[in-house]
Design a protein around this ligand. Structure first.
Ligand code: 2DT
Ligand code: MG
Length: 213
């Protein structure tokens, strides 16, 4: 019997309303249709103990958690999921992840009191994605999409800075791909699916990487 090939760790990042959640769901569906085992994860995982605190912080602007404390909570929320992620990946399940360490880094580093290098450190040692898609939208397209919700960070000024910081991270890493999110849902999906399928074939026998910023 041939050994089980591991699944790929695929992450989708991008500003609010770029279509991350829609694309993650469609990807898992299409992979399943092709009999490729896959599972959707999203961060923050609001169900865990840290996730409940994070949810309160996002929903309630009055919640005055210190910026470094909330940064570390978001990271802890990923660490809480480490064993689950590794088990699934080594069981051959591809994980399609809606936001990951890069959201953690970007959303904190745009705050004026924390620098980028400090924000990266708590992520070191977590599984390294095999592929990160950055869904990109121009300023104009961002403003045309239906309105923001009411959570913290959901405003144009903050999201513009987030977009710039994502761009910077994308240039620094070789496992990232920019995908223009302005096309139709199906066009964007087709692009992502092709790249995912190739990546899943490619990573089969290789060990999972580790984030090392
Ligand atoms: P959703 O709208 O996708 O649920 O995200 N965030 C997310 C951080 O500040 N740090 C993190 O580590 C992660 C994963 C981005 C909720 C908000 O939480 C922000 C938007
Ligand atoms: Mg949101």
């Amino acid at each position: 019997m041939s050994p089980i090939k591991r699944g790929a760790l695929i992450v989708i990042e991008g500003v609010d309303r770029s279509g991350k959640s829609t694309q993650c769901k469609k990807l898992v569906q299409s992979l399943e249709n092709r009999k490729i085992q896959s599972k959707l994860l999203n961060f923050p995982d609001r169900m865990t103990s840290t996730g409940k605190l994070i949810n309160e912080y996002l929903k309630n602007e009055e919640c005055t958690l210190n910026d470094r404390a909330i940064h570390l909570l978001f990271s802890a929320n990923r660490w809480e999921n480490l064993e689950k992620m590794k088990t699934l990946l080594y069981d051959g399940v591809t994980l399609v992840v809606d936001r990951y360490s890069y959201s953690g880094i970007v959303f904190s580093a745009v705050k004026k009191n924390m620098n980028l290098e400090w924000c990266k450190q708590p992520e070191n040692g977590l599984p390294k994605p095999d592929l990160v898609f950055l869904l990109t939208l121009s300023q104009e397209e961002m403003q045309c999409r239906p309105g923001f919700g009411s959570e913290r960070y959901e405003n144009v000024v903050f999201q513009r800075e987030v977009a710039n910081m994502y761009d910077q991270l994308c240039d620094e890493h070789d496992n990232w791909e920019r995908v223009d999110a302005a096309g139709s849902i199906d066009d964007v999906h087709d692009k992502l699916l092709d790249k995912c399928v190739s990546k899943i074939e490619e990573v089969g026998d290789t060990p999972l990487g580790i984030l090392n910023f």
